[in-house]
Design a protein around this ligand. Structure first.
Ligand SMILES: Cc1cc2nc3c(=O)[nH]c(=O)nc-3n(C[C@H](O)[C@H](O)[C@H](O)COP(=O)(O)OP(=O)(O)OC[C@H]3O[C@@H](n4cnc5c(N)ncnc54)[C@H](O)[C@@H]3O)c2cc1C
Ligand code: SF4
Length: 291
């Protein structure tokens, strides 16, 4: 239930831990920023579960992963496609004991924008819980929860700006690492749009898509019980992020200028709504005048 979609990350990560391996994933630090850390216990995996829609700091994780690999331990590194490509470049050679898992990636907002927003919600309280994909209102109509605050994703200002593609990092608008080009062994994501035709009773828990490029790990035969094989095109049809970058629209520049000032995320989301409304009106007016 704490996984964002089908929970494949936990399936594969638990198998690595059982074999004495080390798992790298993204977690919140004490200041509510996201960073890549590692664990070799099953309990340690819980901090990695759940998508964090913020750019994660890889810190010393590439160096740590290399150390474990050289010691001969199995290592699973999970992250965005660009992080996986970055790790491969850092390591400069292939390791048989390395398993790479990346995500279908929409893009990441800047940590500065997230910091601005989260501070207005946690108000200095440490130990607050944050969940970008709370499923208590359903998997498809998920909510964001920050401490006592909760809102459906489409009502929350930060999620609105994220999903409108106006606060993504510049590199995300022309990302060269999609479509399995990061060099990962598995890509995991949501199987949006599949609920009616693939599975019957899983709507509240979520359905994940797993693309297997290299079956590096022999998993328990049981995990196949919940797997249906579908074509690559079926995954793409409801999830274009797998192959195409988000478009940098004309509002993105305005938002980054706005958010670099004292203007908060909620005001920026409101301004986006007004700008869109004004644009629609202008378009209508121009169309009417040209008739
Ligand atoms: C920024 C971002 C954008 C995404 N965009 C899409 C999309 O457009 N379409 C789609 O289908 N799926 C997208 N996903 C993936 C999806 O949200 C789920 O993470 C994925 O389906 C895995 O689900 P799970 O239940 O197996 O994993 P969970 O058990 O939820 O585990 C989460 C996994 O994601 C990793 N992770 C979480 N946050 C980050 C982060 N900020 N940086 C790097 N790694 C992170 C964790 O280390 C862990 O491996 C995105 C994820 C992120 C983090
Ligand atoms: S969209 Fe590309 S560049 Fe942006 S975070 Fe995802 S993998 Fe990295």
């Amino acid at each position: 239930m704490n996984s964002s979609s089908g929970g494949f990350f936990t399936t594969i990560a638990s198998s690595v831990i059982e074999q004495g391996g080390v798992v790298f994933g993204a977690r919140f630090n004490d200041c509510w920023q996201v960073e890549v850390d590692y664990t070799d216990t099953a309990e340690g995996l819980s901090a990695f579960r759940g998508s964090k829609y913020v750019q994660a700091d890889t810190g010393s994780s590439f160096k740590d992963a290399q150390r474990f690999l050289k010691e001969g331990r199995k290592v699973l590194y999970s992250g965005t496609p660009c992080q996986i490509a970055g790790l491969k470049q850092y390591l400069k050679k292939d390791y048989d004991n390395l398993i790479l898992v990346d995500l279908i990636c929409h893009g990441v907002p800047s940590p500065k924008v997230w910091d601005k927003y989260v501070r207005t919600k946690v108000k200095g309280k440490t130990g607050s819980t944050i969940n970008f994909r709370d499923k208590s209102t359903g998997w498809e109509s998920y909510s964001i929860r920050i401490a006592e605050y909760a809102a459906k994703y489409y009502d929350d200002p930060y999620m609105k700006l994220f999903l409108s593609d106006v606060i993504l990092a510049d590199s995300c608008y022309s990302c060269p690492f999609r479509s399995g080009r990061s060099g990962s062994d598995y890509t995991i994501g949501d199987l949006w749009g599949a609920s009616d035709w693939v599975f019957k009773n899983t709507r509240e828990y979520g359905i994940g898509a797993v693309l297997v490029y290299n079956e590096r790990l022999k998993l328990e035969p049981d995990w196949h019980k919940e797997i249906n094989k579908i074509s690559y095109n079926e995954v793409i049809s409801s999830n274009p992020s797998l192959i195409v970058s988000s478009k940098k629209n004309c509002f993105a520049r305005n938002m980054s200028v706005m958010l670099s000032t004292r203007i908060g995320v909620s005001c920026a989301a409101y301004a986006l709504r007004c700008l869109r409304f004004a644009r629609r009106r202008i378009k209508k007016f121009v169309y009417w005048r040209s008739r």
